[in-house]
Design a protein around this ligand. Structure first.
Ligand code: ATP
Length: 202
């Protein structure tokens, strides 16, 4: 799967619809300080399911919505659309029925985020798992924030291991194991309750 297009609308400084074609090879984004280069990388991370407002340099997730300027009023929603080329059909199961995948995340003030994959409503978790299974995502080591290199150098071994696990593409398995453990615990609790009831009836 390859990223081919990123569209932004009302996301941070990108108040007007912006369409970025990601061509084959190396793409460079250049511009003066404060023009929105980091906002582009954040849009990429956000559409892949980032759920920490701090990773978006905001206090709350709604801070990604264009906040207005002296000449333009604030927007009510922000939307980012990421298109992936899936001609090689390597998308994870459940999403592998088209030559392209279009992932949409929209946040509306007071209503939170909603996600779609190829026009189908999905949960944040589905989008996060889609990217985790493809060894990428909001926490991918391929996305390097400003200051991240020095953080990495000073990181504790456990934090460094998490980065290696992301790179190895096994973080999705950890998430699934965690969810399976939660379901197992719930089932054990239900079984214990059934035993109590059958004992009481005996
Ligand atoms: P540098 O080269 O200094 O790192 P940059 O090109 O990476 O800068 P960004 O940090 O991406 O720039 O963009 C910062 C700009 O985005 C600031 O002008 C800031 O006011 C604007 N901005 C951030 N959030 C919002 C928002 N919610 N609404 C409007 N503008 C925003």
């Amino acid at each position: 799967m390859r990223f081919t297009r990123l569209r932004l609308n009302g996301f941070k400084s990108f108040v007007d619809p912006t369409d970025l074609v990601i061509a084959d090879g190396l793409t460079g984004v250049v511009g003066p300080n404060g023009c929105g280069k980091s906002n582009l990388l954040e849009a990429l991370r956000w559409v892949m399911g980032e759920n920490r407002a701090s990773a978006m340099r905001g206090g709350g997730m709604e801070d990604v919505i264009f906040a207005g300027t002296a000449t333009r009023s604030a927007r009510h929603y922000a939307e980012v659309v990421l298109t992936l080329d899936n001609a090689d059909r390597r998308a994870p199961a459940g999403f592998n029925d088209a030559d392209a995948l279009e992932i949409v995340r929209r946040i509306t003030r007071d209503a939170g985020s909603a996600y779609k994959v190829n026009t189908r409503d999905v949960r944040a978790r589905d989008v996060q798992m889609l990217f985790a299974d493809a060894s990428t995502g909001a926490h991918s080591p391929a996305l390097v924030r400003q200051g991240q290199i020095s953080e990495l150098i000073n990181a504790k071994p456990k934090a460094r291991r998490r980065i290696l696990e992301e790179a190895a593409g096994i973080s999705g398995l950890y998430q699934r194991r965690h969810e399976a453990e939660l379901r197992l615990n719930a089932t054990e609790t239900n079984l214990a309750r059934i035993e109590d009831v059958t004992e009481a009836l005996a």
